[in-house]
Design a binder for this molecule. Structure first.
Ligand SMILES: [Zn+2]
Length: 159
């Protein structure tokens, strides 16, 4: 799909790539960290005396969606993905540690959901997917993935 300015469309979730739902960033500046690193070279470089910065996870989700006319893949970052997952990427990751199929289950749970999404052109010219700026589930009984999984796995919410 080609768009010039942010566009809001109605769509259905066809599939979610559950193999790689999140990535590690520096907890201070939110720059992506290489896989093997837990501290950020920028923050540690700028504040050599401060405590070593730590890492956290943010969602980065590839999702295939269908409109009336076509099916295509979009990328969804943390703020939008939280709406569908119902928790932070760290919470999700912790949940997935004790429930190894959580990512697959979450993806399946969201398949078929009707959404209103606002898409924008990626700022980075090399990025190949349109980016989801915001997402609103249309179904009145919509439950985020983490809620569905807590029910499924009988995990009591501690909040
Ligand atoms: Zn940093």
């Amino acid at each position: 799909m080609e768009i010039d300015k942010p566009t809001t469309i109605m769509c259905t979730v066809v599939a979610i790539d559950d193999t790689n739902l999140c990535y590690k960033v520096c907890s201070v500046c939110e720059r992506a960290l290489p896989h093997d690193k837990v501290s950020c070279k920028y923050c540690n470089f700028n504040n050599p005396c401060s405590i070593t910065s730590s890492s956290k996870r943010l969602f980065r989700v590839l999702m295939s969606i269908a409109t009336e006319t076509k099916v295509f893949v979009v990328i969804m970052f943390d703020r939008a993905a939280r709406v569908l997952f119902g928790c932070s990427a760290d919470e999700f990751f912790d949940f997935a540690k004790t429930h190894p199929y959580a990512a697959t289950t979450a993806g399946r749970a969201l398949e078929g959901e009707m959404l209103t999404v606002t898409l924008s052109k990626p700022k980075n010219g090399n990025a190949q997917h349109l980016r989801v700026v915001s997402v609103v589930p249309l179904r009145s009984g919509f439950q985020p993935a983490i809620e569905i999984m807590r029910e499924l796995y009988q995990v009591r919410s501690v909040s």
